[in-house]
Write a new protein. Structure first.
Ligand SMILES: C[S@@+](CC[C@H](N)C(=O)[O-])C[C@H]1O[C@@H](n2cnc3c(N)ncnc32)[C@H](O)[C@@H]1O
Length: 304
């Protein structure tokens, strides 16, 4: 009886949280599309990238290419992905990019009905509907797909919104086909040392301050690796890409503070939301600066 009550409470809590996330992205996606285009994620910079600072869109597509290389996704016509899932797809920037690159079918899921509709419009405009690129409003924890549906699962900058990481990884495992590659790009908090049981209280406080408004929850790469191992995933790899995304944040800050950025916030979210966003910025940067949060890529394969 007590267990049932906790289950119901948990479900209600998740539904409330998902509704809040959906409402936030209904608005945020419009602002981000105005200022950075159809990719709502960070960009990748390295010493060989000779790019004018403001070209964030190239940096965003470079992020996708760098991640595919890191995960060794094959470009061989007989081995390349055919069925792709983009978990937390935003307005479908990655979904369309991956579908076009591999000539594959692709599905994107998001909690935001506004994003899903915008993704459909942009996809139709690019003539990709006929290639079966489609979008649904769905929760990553309860995906509307049959077991073993996808050979590439892509999830960039979404999983931080998901509080039940174990259920999330098990759901990825369920919808992955044998041999599928899973690519996760996300922020993780630092790994604990063997002598630690938890983060320091001041670190926990900073994470709570940073995360509560954006409804996010962090774990470490070590926690993820344990979860991947619990599903018997193979070829588990990870890397800290914080230095590669740091220039992107500097750019985003400039764009957000530009006249175009401010007007976009005001138009879509109003002055109040804009001030909150601006007040939030320093705490996000603090967590990066002191190494508490890292931008990580984690990849693995489901056994054949
Ligand atoms: C920062 S945006 C990233 C969008 C997209 N991956 C991109 O890079 O353009 C986060 C996305 O995660 C989605 N999201 C958050 N929690 C989710 C959940 N439980 N199930 C499905 N999507 C979720 C949001 O709706 C939003 O589309």
């Amino acid at each position: 009886m007590e267990g049932e009550k906790m289950d119901t409470e948990g479900k209600v809590e998740t539904e409330k949280m998902n509704k809040a996330i959906a409402m936030a992205y209904d608005v945020q996606s419009k602002i981000l599309e105005d200022i950075t285009g159809d990719h709502l994620h960070t960009g990748f910079y390295d010493s060989s990238s000779v790019i004018p600072g403001s070209d964030v869109n190239s940096a965003q597509t470079r992020m996708i290419e760098a991640a595919l290389r890191f995960a060794s996704v094959s470009e061989d016509p007989s081995k390349k992905p055919r069925n792709i899932l983009d978990v937390g797809c935003g307005i479908g920037g990655s979904t369309r990019y991956l579908a076009s690159k591999y000539g594959a079918q692709a599905k994107g899921i998001t909690l935001s009905p506004v994003e899903a509709e915008r993704a459909r419009v942009l996809t139709a405009a690019q003539g990709l509907e006929s290639q079966q690129v489609s979008f649904e409003v769905a929760d990553a924890l309860n995906q509307p797909f049959a077991d073993g549906s996808f050979d590439l699962i892509w999830c960039i900058e979404c999983e931080n919104h998901i509080s039940d990481k174990t259920k999330f990884v098990h759901e990825l495992n369920r919808v992955a086909a044998p041999g599928a590659t899973i690519i996760l790009l996300t922020w993780c908090h630092r790994d604990l040392s063997p002598l630690e049981n938890d983060l320091h209280p001041d670190e926990k406080k900073l994470l709570t301050q940073t995360g509560s408004r954006s409804r996010v929850k962090w774990i470490s790469t070590a926690d993820y690796i344990n979860l991947f191992q619990s599903c018997s995933f193979q070829e588990i790899k990870y890397a800290d890409w914080s230095p590669h995304v740091a220039p992107y944040y500097a750019e985003l800050r400039k764009i957000t503070l530009s006249w175009k950025g401010i007007m976009s916030y005001v138009r879509h979210a109003g002055w109040r939301q804009m001030s909150i966003k601006f007040l939030m910025m320093p705490s996000v940067f603090d967590t990066f600066k002191n190494g508490l949060l890292k931008y990580c890529i984690l990849t693995c394969q489901k056994p054949q």
